[in-house]
Design a protein around this ligand. Structure first.
Ligand SMILES: Nc1ncnc2c1ncn2[C@@H]1O[C@H](COP(=O)(O)OP(=O)(O)OP(=O)(O)O)[C@@H](O)[C@H]1O
Length: 316
């Protein structure tokens, strides 16, 4: 796997301190680290990767949640998976790490929007949603909910490293990491830092439409290129049952066979379908727990089936 290690104050196109071009590329001109990089003194194994490995040793299952396209419900699915995993077993410890640096939504989805993180001797304490469900997000660190995070790659990289190294998660059974859509800086940083940390793999979220599936194929290719195991694909917003007349319709039509067919073609596990239920969107907007709010939703059964399939994929 290619490892891109860049200092926090690096210029936009920093080739990385481990690159043969370190200190010599045109992007290095004017960088305060140019001298030390050019000297080769910083070359060697990336100590941060080792640190992340040590800090996450008490975390049993580490799962990246990815999507090719934006708006397909990746953050919603992450929140639903975390709530369902935690609700199924009070002795199971679950956490969500929101590494969508520019668009953090987990504080709202999990109903802890106005909470703050606290610094303790052993690092940042995550915010607790339930006794066995915690969350960490840049959203907790911003002065205002409307504040825009306009950061280049190196700064995002530094924040992700801090999240992975400095949060005191304690013993966790599951750490779900919500990422931005696509394959950008955040994905590269996370895959690099987690390369030695026994990452369980990635769950990819899509809708049934070909326009979303096209981007999922790129996401699958990314995972293969950086050696991330694909735990499987979830098809979200798949079918809609009208709450009044109970007639089922397809809002996002799967003209090409949807995610199931794509998974067969690409030989990756299909984890299941989640229906479109407007009450899910309402629960998420209000930060409410869909399990207790809408117990009759077909999404509850669906998400539990998906969890069973994820657990099977992890064991393979
Ligand atoms: N199964 C569902 N039923 C109804 N609404 C849903 C469902 N899944 C997601 N939504 C709604 O769709 C919208 C987009 O969801 P969400 O923000 O989770 O997508 P995302 O893929 O994480 O987006 P981003 O590109 O910002 O990362 C939200 O309004 C959410 O409430």
């Amino acid at each position: 796997m290619s490892e891109v290690q860049v200092p926090n104050n690096a210029p936009e196109h920093c080739p990385g301190t481990q690159s043969d071009d370190a200190g010599k590329a045109s992007a290095c001109a004017g960088c305060p680290n140019q001298g030390i990089c050019a000297s080769g003194a910083v070359k060697g194994p990336n100590p941060d990767i080792q640190l992340v490995k040590e800090r996450l040793e008490q975390v049993q299952n580490k799962i990246l949640i990815l999507s090719g396209k934006g708006g397909v419900g990746k953050s919603t699915v992450t929140a639903m998976l975390s709530r369902s995993l935690a609700a199924a077993d009070a002795n199971r410890n679950v956490a969500v790490l929101d590494i969508d640096i520019c668009g953090p939504s987990q504080p709202r989805l999990l109903g802890v929007l106005n909470e703050q993180v606290h610094q303790s001797g052993s690092g940042w304490s995550p915010v607790y949603v339930e006794d066995n469900l915690s969350v960490m997000s840049i959203g907790f660190l911003l002065g205002s909910q409307d504040a825009a995070v306009i950061w280049r790659g190196p700064k995002k990289n530094g924040m992700i490293k801090q999240f992975l190294c400095e949060v005191d998660w304690g013993n966790l059974d599951f750490l779900l990491m919500d990422t931005p859509p696509g394959t950008s800086d955040e994905h590269l940083s996370a895959s690099t830092y987690l390369s030695e940390a026994n990452l369980s793999g990635a769950v990819i979220v899509t809708t049934p439409q070909e326009v979303a599936l096209l981007d999922v194929r790129k996401e699958i290719d990314f995972c293969k290129k950086v050696n991330i195991k694909i735990l499987g694909v979830i098809e979200n917003m798949s079918g809609f049952v009208c709450p009044s007349c109970k007639v089922e319709s397809e809002i996002f039509k799967a003209n090409t066979g949807g995610a199931r067919k794509m998974c067969e073609d690409l030989n990756v596990p299909f984890l299941g379908q989640l229906p479109l239920d407007p009450r899910i969107a309402r629960c998420c907007d209000e930060g409410k727990d869909f399990i207790t709010e809408i117990p009759d939703s077909p999404a509850i059964k669906a998400i539990n089936l998906i969890i069973e399939n994820i657990l099977k994929s992890i064991k393979v």
